[in-house]
Design a protein around this ligand. Structure first.
Ligand code: GLC
Length: 449
């Protein structure tokens, strides 16, 4: 079979209709300049906090617990009946996010289990009906805004609670036999569910002020899966943009056309270089966990160290991306100590080094990367940041930098770094203290000519 044909068939099989650039609907038309302007704050801010919270924090065994353990609605109900986060104080969360240098927050308003943290008119399965009795989202939005942090919403397209969401290959409660599943789905009508999502979008995008990012999650097209036709993605996105034209939307609606998303979302891995879409560097935001679980997971021990997290942030920005780093609060409404420890470590580093993150991006290719280092670059201030991951002994060689710099300093204390040319006239040798500066990853700030 012709390769192109095979590819086209494969794409069709996976996604049904293939969306193409040429079909840009009129409501989605936008110039590159308009899009850049809309996303300007996002490119600048670089670092956000993801929050996965819901009644799954009670079992504390991953936010997919209902699916992993095939828990029925009846047995899941106890988490709803007893949910009472008595220590919830979002002002405290916002302070921690701010101290860690996070400039925006994206919070789960509804996850796959269908539980809504906000007060929705269209369901009873919501925070206001638990013993806690309050709209968790309203409180959070107010608290984060008070700290000057932008607000984004995560909303699960998947819903394992809604009676009209059809059983599919990942639904925890449906029959596994395809014939029986088909039969069970006869009473379920995705039209009703699509309307539910649209109505909830109206609530989320009109009752909570300006929402800066929307993280819709997720599509799994193909046999017994769900994709853009199931969600009514085009119509949903049109609705979203009509309510909040400035909003920045992720790429999980299964709309494989450039108008169908604003940024791509590598999840829990680090791209080897700036990810491309149709051969062009795409806006990207990687979402990452502290420990592998998004929701609070009591017995999960693969927590990343502060050093790994600082390097992750630097590496993301060095490849032109954003980092959305997740916290999964407990069912009492607090961040656990392991999360606090990581946030404190990030805060300590960001306090002195955030200039190498905000407004920064991948460095132009003309700047070679010194050994054991990563580069970020601020095109407005024309400063280059050398992040020294592994501290060298007394000097660092900057290949090809001889005519490029005016001044150099250590960022954490603003102390001068001296440099001289070497036997190779294009190169510079910079002198660094023998003792590694007292910061997780030292940064050398170069003032470029
Ligand atoms: C995955 C998971 C989900 C998590 C999300 C974060 O899609 O299903 O639990 O919310 O990733 O990006």
């Amino acid at each position: 079979m012709n390769r192109l044909f095979a590819f086209t068939v494969a794409v069709f099989l996976v996604s049904g209709t293939v969306y193409s650039q040429s079909k840009t609907p009129s409501w989605a038309k936008e110039t590159q300049e308009q899009k850049d302007k809309r996303m300007k704050w996002w490119f600048h801010d670089r670092f956000g906090m993801f929050i996965h919270w819901g009644i799954y924090a009670m079992p504390g065994r991953h936010e997919w617990v209902k699916q992993y353990e095939k828990i029925s609605d009846e047995n899941y109900q106890k988490y709803f009946d007893y949910f009472n986060p008595d220590l919830y104080n979002p002002a405290d969360w916002a302070k921690k996010a701010k101290a860690a240098g996070m400039k925006y927050v994206v919070v789960t308003t509804k996850h796959h289990d269908g539980f809504c943290l906000f007060d929705s008119k269209h369901t009873d399965f919501k925070a206001t009906n638990t013993p806690y009795g309050k709209d968790l989202i309203k409180l959070l939005v107010d608290a984060f805004r008070a700290e000057g942090i932008r607000v984004g919403f995560y909303y699960s397209l998947i819903d394992w609670h809604h009676p009209h969401f059809t059983y599919d290959r990942i639904h925890p409660n449906g029959p596994s036999n395809p014939e029986e599943r088909k039969k069970a789905n006869e009473n379920r009508d995705m039209n009703v569910y699509r309307k539910y999502m649209k109505d909830q979008m109206t609530e989320l995008l009109t009752n909570y002020g300006q929402i800066d990012e929307l993280f819709l999650d997720f599509s799994y097209p193909g046999e017994n899966g769900k994709g853009h036709e199931d969600w009514g993605s085009e119509d949903l996105l049109k609705h979203i943009r009509s309510l909040q034209p400035q909003i920045i939307v992720d790429n999980r609606l299964d709309l494989n056309a450039s108008w169908g998303w604003d940024f791509i979302t590598p999840e829990q891995y680090m791209p080897s270089s700036w990810p491309l879409k149709d051969g062009v560097k795409a806006p990207w935001e990687t979402c990452q966990t502290f420990s592998g679980s998004w929701g609070y997971h009591r017995d999960e021990y693969s927590w990343k160290s502060v050093h790994q997290l600082v390097v992750m942030l630097i590496e993301t920005v060095s490849k032109g991306g954003n980092l959305l780093l997740n916290v999964g609060p407990t069912s009492r409404g607090t961040f656990d100590e392991r999360a606090d420890e990581r946030l404190d470590g990030l805060a300590k580093w960001m306090k002195y080094n955030d200039r190498s993150i905000y407004g920064c991006t991948e460095a132009p290719a003309e700047y070679s990367v010194p050994q054991n280092c990563m580069l970020t670059y601020n095109p407005e201030t024309k400063r280059l940041y050398i992040h020294v991951i592994e501290w060298p002994f007394s000097s660092l060689l900057l290949k090809g930098y001889a005519d490029k710099i005016k001044y150099a300093q250590l960022l954490n204390d603003g102390s001068e770094i001296r440099y001289r040319t070497t036997d190779t006239p294009e190169d510079l040798q910079i002198s660094v203290p023998v003792k590694k500066p007292d910061t997780e990853v030292p940064v050398i700030e170069l003032f470029l000519k």
